[in-house]
Write a protein that binds this ligand. Sequence first.
Ligand code: AQP
Length: 335
Amino acid sequence: MPQTAAPRPRVLSGIQPDFSLHLGNYLGALRNWARDQDRFENFFCIVDLHALTQHPDPERLRSLTLELAAMYMACGLDPNRCEIFVQSHVPAHTQLCWILETLTPMGWLERMTQFKARSQAQGSERINTGVFAYPVLQAADILLYDADVVPVGEDQRQHIELCRDLANRLNSQRGDVLKVPAALISQVGARVMGLDTPDEKMSKSLAVDRPGHAVLLLDPPDVVRRKVARATTDTEPAVHKPLGAGVANLLEIYAALHEISVDAALEAFEGKSYSILKGAVADAIVDALRPIQARYADLRGDEEGLRRVLAESAARVHLVADATLQRVQKAVGLR
Ligand code: AQP
C-alpha cells in the first residue's frame, strides 16, 4: 500500500502593522518563518486588531497592513506555501477571544511584563483595556488554527505560556477542545537588543523617536552603516571577555546573520577593535537586507496582487477558524 505522508505540524505567528519593522523582527521571527516553511503547514497573520490598541491613523493602518503583507513575502514567505492573511478579515478571532476572556483571571493579565511596562509608562487612566486583554486575543489567534508551534522572539514567551494555560483550562473543564501549542524560539537572534541601549529589547515603538535604536528593514545601506557605527559599546578598545551588553549584541547579530554560534563569532573577533566588528556587522546586515528591499519594492507596487493574496488566504483560513470556533461554542453551550 502506498504510504501517505504524515501531516506536517502547523505553525502560526503574526506581527502587528503598527510601525516599521526592524532587524529584531527579522531575526527573531520573519527569517525563521521563511526558512522553515517546508517543515510546517504555515499560517501567518497580520494582526491589525492588536495594532488598534495604539489608535493609529486609519489611512496609515490600511497602508501598514499592505506594507506588512509585502514585507512578509519580501522576507521569503511564499503565498503558495503559506497562508498570509489579515486578522480582522476573520471574525472568529474576536468571537473566540470573548469566550477566552471569560476564562481568564485578571491576575494572569496583570502579571504580563509587557502590560506592566506599558501601564507604568502610561498610567491606568490612559492605557486602554485592549492593551490589557491583548494576550487573550493573541491566544485566540493561535488556538483557532490548532497550531502546534508558534515561532516568536523571546519577548513573546510569557504570552505563549498564557495561551497554553487558557487552552489547558478550557480542556480541563470541557474535555479536549483545543490543541495546546508550544513556543518555538531560536537559539540565536531571539532577543536582539537596542543599538543605542543594549539593555532594552530592540522594539518598533522605541525606534519611532530614536532613530539610533534600531536598524529598520527598509533602511538604505548608508543609514545601516551609520547606525551600527554609532551603536553603544563600552570604553574597552577591543573585543574581550567579559563582554559588555552592546558588544554581545553586535556579536549576536553577526552570528545570527551568518548562521553560526555566538561562540564562533566571538572567536572570529576576539582581540579585534570595535570598529572592525561594527564594519563586519554592518556588511552582514546590508547583505541580508539588499535582496529583501529589492523584492519589497516590486511587491509593494502591486497593491492589487497583495490584496488578492490576502483575500484568497482569508477565504481558506476562515473555514479552519470557524470549525474550531464551533467546537468551542458547542463545548461551552453556545450551540
Ligand atoms: N528585539 C527583538 N528580537 C527578536 N525578536 C523580536 N521580535 C520583536 N522584537 C524582537 C519578534 O518579532 C515578532 C513581532 O513582534 P511585534 O509585532 O510585537 O514587534 P515589536 O518590535 O515587539 O513591537 P513593538 O511595537 O516594539 O512592541 P513593544 O513596544 O510592545 O515591544 C514577534 O515574534 C516578536 O517576538
